[in-house]
Design a protein around this ligand. Structure first.
Ligand code: ADP
Ligand code: ZN
Ligand code: ZN
Length: 722
């Protein structure tokens, strides 16, 4: 008889502990899911441990109560390795989340127990037989083709040769076999040789190899050739028979990274991201589990792949916000990567031209190894021009495209070079700007822009909860000229461009044009193939692109993000400008950048103009220090939400009263109501993160164990607070 300890997911209660069941089935292993009866409901349990006993009596005696048998087993094998099971438990602790939510986050949805999902897809492949039959010339051609390929999908052969393919099969010279659908066989991979490293790359590589620190921050200018360093380090690891994980912010936006990795490691690379359908995800997951591939390129969730011998983790664009999950468990991929690397005893490389303040602060304190690459491969940085919209609008220039930008676009069109225009739409029209002095209204307590809520005409600070109603007078210049929330979107920009440059070919990339699967790749491919002159888009086009013919990048309203209402807005703005600028002039052709701003003097703009990360870091750290923000303090956000306002309010008050410790408590502040759900936030700030977590955990856990409790979301080290 076996004693099974399992984690359960209860539809109403969040009970974060294991429950005991028994079974005679000896094939059950930790990590599989079982169906159990809990309080007269059938629910799913995740097996945490299995212990063999001589009899049921023995188990009951030890437990002191009568253990019930499980109802059935849902998985034939465990998709979680023992290492991943431990990781889930650690993650639950680290992110203050229910353990079951961590298990669920780790697994591809395909292995969830809906039976129809369980079916594994098969497909037809063909290979050549030895034969004696006589063939027509066309059939001979088909036969030759299959021989050179070895093996290929039947559908591909049908597309190429039509009925001749079928005739060959009928004659028996080709044979059809059924195979489990697998994503590994990629037909046309362009291979690439390793490049001769520049001096700067060589130095970086050596420092990474020689350090005995396990976390390395690779701070390299855009275009300094970080990718080649990653690839060569990865090759070394693969040669030793170990596995490599490449983490990227968003696959669809970084197709070049995927193709570079594939070109070096051949088709035996797993690709894992949210754009895959459940079957595809399951296939990639299995490729890693079975050790068929040793290189994985993927987004956030691929940090949970079932590796057995990980030798290196590379986390590119480590500052990127998409590494943080915004549902429970709100983990940061970087933390998971660092934790797994320490389990496997391997190195993690965090790479970026604009590292997060936290990481850079750790690097200069010698917690991480700091490796710098200060030379672009082509040895020149783009020239950056700054246009002050306050002045140009006064002179009557368009508030969308300044004359400077128009001129420079014209030049590019004449020379048949390409232009990228980035419109950072985030933060638009949520702030108010004075019509006279053009200043944005800031929170009197937080030095942060206040958010304007048009529905009830109020200004709110999302960090401290300050509310201003009926504002008539500008706090800065005392003018009564009123305020604007003006803004324009990418669509409007596209129209404006098309009117001005009638002959130009324009591509627009934003949430509206990229909703279909593969549309990102398609649009970027068109641009790469020179089928367009101007690429217009939101921040999604700022990352990772490497196109040699792009010689002008324009960032319209580059400082719009500075007015966002959270403490990271300055950092995000700096990142965005530097990253976007880095797309210009990456090859032989020299590059230029035009920034259109209102707040030319702001240090984020000034330092971005000089591509001077270190000065930016120093200024921003002063601001963070003054406000007591990370990395000087840790923060935990507790969000309570419910459709019933009174219920949510009551619980948030209770939590507020019960939180006690050596930390500051801000709020509760009222957030925007979303989908008829009332939301309240408490923010705690302090120096001792472990103690803060312990306190939050005990208070929150008690609330969640009571039926009908509002949803409580805990976010440790929150990235965005609006
Ligand atoms: P980063 O990721 O640092 O912004 P990339 O890795 O994209 O920069 O490199 C920029 C460009 O330089 C790419 O087009 C890449 O192919 C090229 N490159 C990188 N290393 C070398 C090298 N050693 N020799 C020649 N070209 C290189
Ligand atoms: Zn004013
Ligand atoms: Zn405030």
């Amino acid at each position: 008889m076996n004693l099974i300890e399992c984690w359960i997911e209860h539809p109403v209660l969040q009970l974060d502990k294991t429950y005991s069941y028994v079974t005679e089935n000896d094939s059950i292993v930790p990590g599989v899911r079982v169906l159990i009866n809990f309080n007269h409901r059938e629910i799913i349990g995740f097996v945490e441990s299995v212990t063999k006993y001589n009899s049921l009596e023995e188990i009951n005696e030890e437990k002191g109560f009568e253990c019930k048998p499980i109802l059935s087993v849902l998985d034939e094998e465990s998709y979680l390795t023992p290492e991943l099971i431990n990781l889930a438990k650690w993650m639950a602790y680290d992110t203050v989340s229910p353990t079951i939510s961590c298990f669920k986050t780790m697994l591809p949805s395909k292995v969830k127990p809906t039976s129809s999902n369980h079916k594994i897809k098969m497909e037809k492949w063909v290979h050549a037989n030895d034969f004696e039959a006589s063939l027509t010339p066309k059939q001979a051609e088909v036969y030759e083709y299959v021989c050179t390929k070895g093996e290929l999908k039947y559908t591909d052969l049908r597309v190429k040769y039509g009925v001749h393919a079928k005739n060959c099969i009928d004659k028996g010279v080709l044979e059809v076999i059924e195979k489990e659908v697998s994503a590994i066989f990629d037909d046309e991979i362009v291979t690439s040789e390793r490049l001769n490293l520049s001096e700067c790359q060589e130095k970086a590589m050596k420092q990474i190899q020689e350090t005995d620190k396990s976390v390395i921050l690779l701070h390299g200018l855009t275009g300094s050739g970080k990718t080649e360093v990653y690839l060569q380090l990865a090759e070394e690891v693969v040669e030793k028979g170990k596995q490599v994980l490449f983490l990227v912010p968003e696959i669809s936006l970084t197709p070049q990274m995927v193709s570079r990795v594939k070109s070096r490691f051949g088709s035996h690379v797993a690709i894992y991201h949210s754009g895959l359908n459940p079957q595809e995800k399951y296939e990639q997951f299995k490729l890693v589990k079975e050790g068929v591939v040793n290189v994985v390129v993927g987004t956030r969730s691929s940090v949970f792949m079932p590796f057995y011998d990980l030798g290196l983790i590379i986390l590119d664009e480590e500052h990127d916000h998409s590494y943080k999950q915004d549902n429970t468990p709100q983990y940061h991929c970087r933390d998971i990567a660092i934790h797994r690397a320490s389990t496997f005893g391997c190195k993690v490389i965090l790479g970026s031209a604009t590292p997060s303040l936290e990481s850079y602060a750790r690097a200069i304190r010698n917690v991480y190894e700091l490796v710098e690459m200060n030379q672009r491969i082509n040895e020149t940085l783009p020239t950056i021009h700054c246009v002050n919209l306050k002045n140009t609008i006064k002179k009557g220039e368009s508030y969308i495209l300044s004359n400077t930008l128009i001129e420079k676009i014209e030049e590019r069109l004449k020379r048949h070079e390409q232009v990228i225009l980035l419109l950072n739409r985030r933060g638009y029209s949520t702030t108010l700007r004075c019509n006279r002095c053009q200043e944005v209204i800031m929170c009197p307590h937080c030095e942060l822009a206040m958010s304007y809520h048009a529905s009830d005409k109020t200004l709110k600070c999302h960090t401290c909860g300050e509310v201003i109603r009926n504002i008539h007078e500008c706090p800065t210049c005392k003018s009564k000229a009123g305020f604007s929330t003006f803004g324009f979107g990418t669509q409007r920009l596209e129209e404006e461009l098309q009117q001005r440059f009638k002959e130009s070919r324009i591509l627009r990339m934003d949430a509206d044009t990229t909703s279909k699967k593969n549309s990102h790749e398609r649009l970027l491919q068109m641009f790469e193939d020179g089928k367009a002159d101007i690429l217009v888009g939101t921040q999604m086009i700022a990352k990772g692109l490497d196109y040699p013919r792009v010689t002008l990048v324009g960032v319209l309203n580059a400082d719009a993000g500075l007015n966002r209402s959270d403490y990271r807005s300055v950092e995000s703005t700096f990142d965005l400008i530097v990253q976007a600028s880095g797309r210009s002039g990456r090859s032989e052709l020299a590059g230029e950048v035009v920034l259109q701003v209102f707040d030319e003097e702001h240090y984020a703009i000034q330092t971005a103009l000089r591509q001077d990360y270190v000065s930016f870091f120093n200024c921003e750290m002063k601001f963070r220090h003054a406000g007591g923000y990370p990395p000087y303090n840790y923060m935990i956000s507790i969000l309570v939400q419910d459709m019933n306002q009174d219920k949510a309010k009551k619980i948030v008050k209770e939590i507020h009263n019960e939180l006690k410790g050596d930390f500051k408590i801000l709020g509760p502040s009222t957030l925007l109501r979303i989908k008829d759900t009332y939301r309240y936030r408490i923010l705690i700030k302090g120096k001792d993160l472990e103690k803060m977590k312990d306190c939050v955990r005990s208070v929150v856990r008690e609330k969640c164990a009571i039926g009908g409790c509002p949803t409580i979301k805990v976010d440790v080290n929150p990235m965005i607070l609006d």
